[in-house]
Write a protein that binds this ligand. Structure first.
Ligand SMILES: Cc1cc2nc3c(=O)[nH]c(=O)nc-3n(C[C@H](O)[C@H](O)[C@H](O)COP(=O)(O)O)c2cc1C
Length: 117
């Protein structure tokens, strides 16, 4: 299991009404690819966690990276893990300003892994 976390900036013409179609497409495609995760949008920035088979996640990420609906994609963390954190969601959309729980989730796992190394 591979988990990737990135942040990006929405394009200027991307608005709240554009979220629904994005999440619908993403959920359907993720289900086919066996990818789960969560997406946050605070009106300016996206934060997304994608998890699944490494090849599938990286391939999807290379599509997402060049999506014109956002720019400045920064992959913050990539980790191997035994279990899914978002196994119930093909793509859970979380509306809100607080990205901290994503950051905490990724960094705590990283520390755990470093401790076990
Ligand atoms: C912020 C953001 C997050 C996205 N997340 C996903 C996702 O989780 N899964 C997905 O299939 N597409 C996601 N997309 C859309 C992809 O970039 C792409 O449009 C979609 O996968 C369809 O690609 P295709 O036409 O090559 O099949 C996201 C796009 C943006 C801007």
């Amino acid at each position: 299991m591979f988990r990737l976390f990135y942040v990006s900036t929405a394009s200027p013409d991307f608005g709240p009404s554009d979220i629904k179609p994005l999440v619908e497409t993403a959920s359907a495609k993720n289900r086919k690819l066996g990818i789960t995760g969560a997406l946050k949008f605070n009106g300016i920035n996206f934060a997304q966690v994608l998890e699944g088979e490494k090849d599938a996640v990286l391939r999807l990420m290379s599509t997402i990276r060049y999506d014109k609906r956002h720019t400045g994609v920064i992959v913050v963390a990539e980790i191997e893990s035994d279990e899914r954190m978002f196994g119930h969601w093909d793509m859970s959309f979380v509306d809100g300003l607080d990205f901290q729980d994503f950051v905490n989730a990724m960094s705590s796992r990283k520390e755990e892994r470093e401790q076990n190394a």
